[in-house]
Ligand binder design. Structure first.
Ligand SMILES: NC(=O)c1ccc[n+]([C@@H]2O[C@H](COP(=O)([O-])OP(=O)(O)OC[C@H]3O[C@@H](n4cnc5c(N)ncnc54)[C@H](O)[C@@H]3O)[C@@H](O)[C@H]2O)c1
Length: 350
């Protein structure tokens, strides 16, 4: 039985020519690794302008000729056109994106995603690409339902309905792309799907996202240790390997434009995440809360029942395990003086 299942998965990927836009990113590069290690597709092309992605994330695959890499800006129609040529499946991850500090404090950059997404979708259609899987976000959920920390709220997919109230221009662009892909399926028959990622963390993550920022503060021995907001905000930080496996399953199983939550249902307060990090790193500073810094919605946790039902997927990594793996990676890959020197930029820029 298990053998048959494996054969079916291999069959799905073995003749697929894949494009990963933004494939040098944290999530994109981990997706490249897993597709190569576990699924053996016909080919993988990565197109990335390296505006936040890092060549070192995929360099070994380029050197070993496992993937084709093109450095280019996908908002340029000639780049988008050649990127989508002779491709069966697109994982569209390229975006002007960053963590809370970035998406709250920058609107113009993320607004360029309207154009970027439209360009990819239009060129993919012209080139007869069979399928697009889109990296969407928990930021499509209405802000107004995520305001009460006392409520045991789990965001179910059907809550994204009018009156829409997405999270910053970043969230609006993700929402418009989801709706466009639904329309592309209905009107043009293209196979499409959207994965709503919830606050992803893990090796190769960057400091403008909360978990890596918290680890970095410990790494540079920040004292007093700063916490944005009052620490009571609730999140469901989701480990990178779970996000990658959910994204691949979405490509295998969803064709009709459905948008799915990929996130754990663990409810973790910022202050509890901080305490786990401080304990594991054996650092015991004074805490300083910064109530005027961006926090985003105070209560954001996914419901993942739809992904369980449609994909037979569920997250495997508890926060308590994933955060230790991430700390181990961070401490063995970073230089303290470099992080300390650039820290104020690293936490809000991309
Ligand atoms: N990290 C998270 O918690 C999270 C949560 C929800 C959604 N997402 C989405 O997942 C995707 C990957 O995010 P990530 O966290 O790995 O990091 P990221 O933001 O660094 O990824 C974006 C990638 O796209 C590239 N890029 C940006 N603009 C481009 C352009 N015009 N042309 C070509 N390449 C371009 C960047 O260099 C980068 O490699 C993004 O679409 C992001 O919005 C991430």
């Amino acid at each position: 039985m298990i053998k048959n299942k494996k054969t079916a998965i291999n069959k799905f990927w073995h003749d697929k020519r894949i494009l990963i836009t933004g494939g040098a990113s944290f999530i994109g590069s981990n997706l490249v690794d897993t597709l190569l290690e576990e699924h053996n597709p016909k080919s993988i092309r990565v197109v990335d302008n390296l505006s936040s992605g890092l060549l070192k994330n995929i360099n070994s695959h380029i050197k070993n000729k496992n993937i084709e890499f093109v450095k280019g800006d996908l908002r340029d129609s000639t780049v988008a056109k050649s990127a989508t040529k002779k491709i069966d499946v697109i994982f569209h991850l390229a975006a002007d994106h960053g963590g809370r500090g970035y998406v709250d404090l920058h609107q113009a950059g993320p607004a360029s995603n309207f154009m970027l997404d439209g360009m990819i979708f239009r060129e993919a259609l012209k080139q007869n690409v069979k399928k697009i899987v889109f990296a969407s976000s928990g930021c499509v959920y209405p802000n107004y339902i995520q305001t009460n920390i006392k409520k045991k709220l789990y965001l179910t997919e059907e809550l994204v309905v009018p009156p829409y109230d997405a999270d910053n221009l970043y969230g609006w662009a993700k929402l418009m792309a989801e709706l466009t892909l639904k329309a592309y399926h209905q009107e043009y028959g293209m196979q499409t799907a959207s994965c709503r990622y919830f606050t992803v963390y893990g090796p190769r993550g960057v400091e403008n996202h909360a978990v890596i920022a918290m680890i970095a503060r410990s790494f540079i021995k920040q004292n007093p240790y700063q916490i944005w907001g009052d620490g009571q905000q609730i999140r469901n930080w989701t480990y990178i390997n779970d996000i990658v496996s959910g994204t691949i399953k979405t490509a295998e199983k969803i064709n009709n434009g459905t948008a799915l939550n990929l996130g754990t249902m663990e409810r973790i307060k910022v202050i509890d995440a901080v305490n786990q990090i401080l304990n594991y790193t054996n650092f015991h500073p004074k805490l300083k809360f910064l109530p005027t810094m961006p926090t985003g919605p105070v209560n954001r946790v996914a419901d993942n029942k739809l992904a369980k039902r449609l994909l037979n997927w569920e997250p495997k990594t508890l926060f308590s395990e994933g955060v230790k793996k991430t700390i181990d990676w961070y401490y063995s890959n970073k230089k303290r003086d470099e992080i300390e020197h650039n820290f104020s930029k690293l936490i809000i820029e991309r």
